[in-house]
Design a protein around this ligand. Structure first.
Ligand code: 6PG
Length: 265
């Protein structure tokens, strides 16, 4: 019987409020992990949506920078474009400019995917770094305390794009994935690794995501076409942080802006 999935969605009035909610959520996840284990390993996505939340985390006039347990935080990436770290397309560069250049993380706390390497070599080195940092043996998976995902208008997440090889690469922690639609190579965590995390949340904004968001989480199961449907955290709960525009085709949330969906397929 397929595992049931409870989807909890929180709807912010606009993109600015969503960024503040996301900054709060990042801090809460880090605080929870540090309180429980003295350490927090968080994997972040690239793209454009997270930038505003990263800027708030970096802003010393906002409450989150002072609250974040920076010395206990290890930052990982969910995926990376196979470009050098100073390339305009680099997820690392976006994060460095919005966040890393402004917060007290030491180089050893920052685990970037080396997009400048040949794709498979970058994936292998990232996998090796994961195995070392999480002290993995055999087929063990790393358990991130939180994984932050985005979703593209085609239903992809991480660099798990529709009808690409990475959707099938289950025996690995990270893989190189050629994305025909973008004529480019990516490195991505595999979906079993993402699902093994303690908390997985999507951060999605914009009216252009409303239709695909409804298809992914309310429509029939078709993960080859809608890879975001592969994200089913082992704990059975998935959190969506949305702005009102992205949530427009979901059932109206309650007075606090919260809603839930159940998926059993
Ligand atoms: C990437 C991301 C990717 C992103 C989605 C949404 O490398 O681009 O990891 O999965 O999260 O494409 O991107 P936006 O936030 O720009 O809509």
């Amino acid at each position: 019987m397929p595992q049931s999935l409870k989807i909890i969605y929180q709807v912010a009035p606009d993109a600015e409020a969503l960024a503040a909610r996301a900054a709060q959520y990042f801090v809460e996840q880090a605080e929870r992990a540090v309180a429980a284990r003295g350490q927090a390993h968080i994997a972040i996505s690239g793209g454009s949506t997270p930038k505003a939340a990263f800027a708030l985390l970096a802003d010393s006039t906002q409450p989150w920078r002072a609250r974040m347990p920076w010395p206990k935080l290890d930052l990982w990436w969910v995926d990376e474009r196979c470009v050098p770290p100073d390339d305009p397309d680099s997820n690392y560069r976006m994060t460095r400019e919005a966040l890393l250049d402004h917060v007290p993380l030491q180089p050893e706390q920052i685990h970037r995917i080396e997009g400048e390497l040949p794709p498979e070599a970058a994936a292998a080195r990232y996998e090796s770094e994961l195995r070392n940092a999480f002290r993995l043996e055999g087929a063990e998976l790393p358990r991130f305390d939180a994984v932050a995902l985005g979703m593209g208008p085609d239903g992809h997440t991480a660099s798990l794009f529709p009808h690409t090889q990475a959707l099938e690469d289950l025996g690995r922690l990270a893989v190189a994935n050629h994305v025909q639609a973008k004529d480019s190579w990516r490195v991505t965590l595999t979906w079993p690794v993402i699902n093994h995390a303690s908390q997985v949340f999507f951060l999605i904004a914009g009216a252009d995501k409303a239709q695909i968001l409804k298809e992914v989480w309310m429509g029939p199961r078709d993960p080859e076409r809608l890879p975001s449907q592969l994200i089913r955290p082992a704990g059975g709960i998935l959190t969506l942080l949305l702005d009102r525009a992205a949530a427009a085709q979901l059932p109206e949330p309650d007075a606090e802006g919260c809603g839930t969906l159940e998926r059993n397929q």
